[in-house]
Design a protein. Structure first.
Length: 120
């Protein structure tokens, strides 16, 4: 498994107010003939969508591009990273249908917004 680049430490580069996490609905309900719906857990694996913005230098943006485009084959492969909220290692992949969003704030100061899926 590939690791998030060490040159982009999550704890130092994330804009914490940008952090959003939405756990997947992990229950399913069935209508019964009489009485309340039956509800059960869908899976023992509980994924989540997580999004945040990183504030990076130009060299860190270059490292991110290499990681995303080459190492992860345009974001299609999973990787291990420190979870920004829990600070534990988890497995993520870039969310299908989203691309990193780049902004330049000033010469040498950039933002990249990403949306990830926690898969394990």
């Amino acid at each position: 498994m590939t690791d998030w680049p060490a040159s982009i430490p999550i704890g130092d580069t994330i804009e914490i107010q940008s952090l959003r996490e939405s756990p997947d609905t992990n229950r399913v309900a069935f209508q019964t003939a009489v009485g309340l719906d039956k509800v059960r857990r869908r899976s023992t694996i509980n994924g989540a969508t997580i999004s945040f913005t990183l504030r990076l230098s130009t060299s860190q943006v270059d490292d991110f591009d290499t990681f995303y485009r080459a190492t992860l084959k345009d974001g299609t492969l999973p990787f291990d990273m420190e979870h920004p909220r829990t600070r534990t290692t988890a497995t993520f992949r870039f969310n299908t249908g989203t691309e990193p969003d780049y902004r330049t704030l000033a010469p040498g100061i950039h933002q990249i917004s990403v949306e990830l899926r926690r898969v394990a």
